[in-house]
Ligand binder design. Structure first.
Ligand SMILES: Cc1cc2nc3c(=O)[nH]c(=O)nc-3n(C[C@H](O)[C@H](O)[C@H](O)COP(=O)(O)O)c2cc1C
Length: 285
């Protein structure tokens, strides 16, 4: 997939849009998006342990009037006429894989000047799953609204202030070295600072930012974890970590930082309340 702008700019430009013009996507833009969804390679660092994923552009005007009332976006999303709906076959890292892929698409939409909003909870799963003919071995972990965003309504501003959408945790709460009570600082990691910063700026469900990353002592090896949670947000960290890995991976590619994604089981002090996911093994040790 080719972005027209630097990925660092696109990541910083993206914010959730919940207020749209009411105009459906048409013409070249719609065609471009459909082509992207058809031709995307749908590979991610989780591909080894994840089955097939697919994404479709769904048009609200095609729902019948009764269905339109039941989209389940509960007035949170206003004026959206299109959604991207994805499905992934059930597998070990299905949600992580899905999170990575959906975010590559969302960044592409941002690059095209379109507004989006990840929706993992506020949508009618049954209705959207039926729309893309989801089979019994597939799940639909999330969708995104997509369209021409307009000025935020007061309601949208309230939602944003409720989840502190403009804020992110500082580095010392997210990134560590050797063990989980030793914070890692940007000055210590050279070019990797930009990769981690792009992770930090990523969206997450309820803006919970459940990702924690620890750097191995003398190597450019970064282990990615999520915080364990039993709250209502419990099913979202796998999607959120997919997004974090997406931002890290795309930024590494853009900056020419070489390495590979591996799965290990690092034994790290202080990881009791965390779930290990994946490791970046940088070439420049
Ligand atoms: C996996 C995931 C699920 C989300 N689900 C919802 C949702 O159901 N409803 C909603 O209004 N926003 C949802 N969001 C949007 C987040 O609230 C938003 O990304 C976060 O507050 C940060 O704000 P920003 O996207 O503007 O940077 C979701 C985001 C992610 C990443």
């Amino acid at each position: 997939m080719n972005y027209t702008k630097p990925i660092l700019d696109i990541i910083q430009e993206r914010t959730s849009s919940r207020t749209y013009s009411g105009q459906p996507l048409e013409g070249d833009l719609k065609e471009k998006l459909n082509k992207l969804l058809e031709n995307h390679d749908y590979q991610s660092p989780f591909s080894k342990y994840a089955e097939k994923a697919r994404f479709e552009l769904v048009n609200v005007p095609e729902f019948n009037p009764n269905e339109k009332k039941k989209l389940g976006t509960y007035g949170l999303i206003k004026g959206a006429q299109n959604f991207i709906v994805g499905a992934v076959e059930k597998s070990k890292f299905d949600r992580e894989h899905f999170g990575y892929l959906m975010e590559t698409i969302i960044l592409f939409a941002t690059d095209m000047g379109l507004g989006t909003c990840w929706l993992g909870g506020s949508f009618n799963k049954t209705l959207f799953a039926a729309k893309i003919k989801c089979s019994s071995n597939e799940i639909v972990p999330a969708i995104t609204s997509i369209g021409y965003s307009i000025q935020r309504t007061v309601k949208e501003k309230i939602i944003r202030s409720f989840v502190k959408a403009n804020k992110r945790f500082s580095w010392d709460r997210l990134f560590f070295k050797q063990e989980f009570n030793t914070p890692l600082f940007a000055e210590e990691v050279g070019d990797y600072a930009e990769l981690l910063e792009m992770v930090r700026l990523g969206p997450s469900a309820g803006n919970k930012q459940p990702w924690r990353i620890i750097k191995d002592s003398n190597k450019n090896m970064f282990h990615f974890y999520t915080v364990k949670t039993d709250s209502v947000y419990g099913r979202f960290p796998p999607l959120d970590i997919g997004i974090a890995v997406c931002h890290f991976d795309l930024t590494a590619k853009e900056l020419g930082i070489k390495g590979s994604w591996i799965f290990e089981n690092p034994q790290i002090l202080g990881a009791e309340n965390l779930l290990y996911k994946i490791t970046w093994n940088g070439d420049n040790k």
